[in-house]
Ligand binder design. Structure first.
Ligand code: PHE
Length: 350
């Protein structure tokens, strides 16, 4: 066995090793238990003492040299690996950062805030009421008794029959209480008008309030109808409130909201809780088609009575306007369902 030849061979192989795995193979090949150098040591057995000593010494030397070369190569390879890793993990602080997605207000929220601001500046207070209502506040107190055909105007989501709450201790006259029952039926309010009653029960005129909020109707949806939508109720009660006051307020509101003069038209209509009742149509300066906007009227005496206010001393107007409708006009949106679709392509435009 030529030790020098072995050494050069090992050296060549070590130099060529590209990675730790290859180097490990070379280590085993030469220095492993059954490696070439170990085999030299076992072959010494049959030799004379002198030869053993000489060859043993030489073999030891070669062994150490090969070990040294492998160690060197190992260092080199590890250094390379570390460099690659650092290169990979390096953060380039000069690169532009990733933008975080920032949320924003829903178009209906924007419109609601703006509308409330206008009415507040006209002296109206913002009042809220419950979305789950009793039959009394949503219907009876608003002059819509059971079996009244007008109830069909409002397709109602009734709550399960066993979820009833006690009759209100206070205002409900006996004839409105469910016979032989201590309970009121519950529903999802079909309009914001019940808050008129709730507010007048607790406050004496003069009153000026606006009531924004969710309403629900049990009907098929289409481009202009949703089962859930937003209304704004407006109520003004004083000693001498007339249709003229209503006209002034609504015209002022429309002018400020649409930032242009808006023409209005009162069309006779019917609501059980107002008399007379009318529908308001609007059109802009270009005098195009009339667009139906809201329902309104002078508060019906029975409504005052149900809320404990004497209709001989007080008069008032009320109206209910769809906030969705206002938002659709403002932003030229042709389908109410878009507001509730959660479609980001739609929402990102606001
Ligand atoms: N509550 C009516 C509706 O939802 C609107 C309305 C409110 C009409 C107040 C007149 C007065 O249809």
């Amino acid at each position: 066995m030529d030790l020098n030849e072995l050494k050069t061979r090992a050296q060549k192989e070590i130099r060529k090793a590209k990675n730790l795995k290859e180097l490990d193979k070379i280590f085993k090949k030469y220095l492993g238990k059954k490696g070439e150098i170990s085999r030299i040591f076992s072959s010494l057995k049959g030799l004379s003492e002198k030869e053993k000593k000489k060859l043993g010494k030489e073999a030891n030397l070669v062994k150490r040299e090969v070990e040294e070369m492998i160690k060197e190569k190992l260092k080199e390879l590890q250094g390379k690996l570390r460099k690659q890793k650092i290169e990979k993990e390096k953060i380039d602080v000069t690169r532009p950062g990733k933008k975080l997605g920032v949320g924003h207000l829903h178009p209906l929220t924007l419109v609601q805030r703006e509308v409330l601001e206008i009415f507040q500046s006209l002296g109206f207070s913002v009042v809220l009421g419950p979305e789950v209502e009793t039959e009394w506040y949503n219907f009876d107190a608003l002059n819509i008794p059971k079996d009244h055909p007008a109830r069909d105007f409002w397709d109602t989501f009734w709550l399960l029959r066993n979820q009833k709450i006690p009759n209100h201790k206070s205002q409900i006259p006996n004839k409105f209480k469910i016979q032989n029952s201590k309970f009121q039926k519950l529903l999802l309010r079909t309009h914001t008008s019940p808050v008129q009653i709730r507010y007048m029960e607790k406050h004496s005129p003069p009153l000026r309030i606006v009531v924004p909020g969710k309403c629900f109707r049990h009907e098929a949806t289409d481009a202009s109808h949703e089962i859930q939508f937003y209304q704004l109720e407006c109520l003004m009660v004083d000693e001498n409130v007339s249709v003229a006051n209503f006209k002034a307020i609504i015209e002022e509101f429309l002018k400020r909201f649409f930032k242009t003069k808006i023409e209005i038209r009162l069309r006779p209509s019917y609501f059980p809780f107002t008399e007379p009742s009318f529908e308001i149509d609007i059109r802009g300066e270009k005098k195009g088609n009339w667009t139906e906007l809201l329902g309104a009227g002078m508060v019906h005496p029975n409504v005052f009575k149900a809320a404990g206010i004497n209709p001989k001393n007080w008069q008032g107007f009320a109206f209910g306007v769809g906030l969705d409708r206002l938002a659709m006009l403002r932003y030229k949106i042709n389908d109410i369902r878009l507001f509730y679709s959660g479609d980001l392509r739609f929402l990102k435009q606001f």
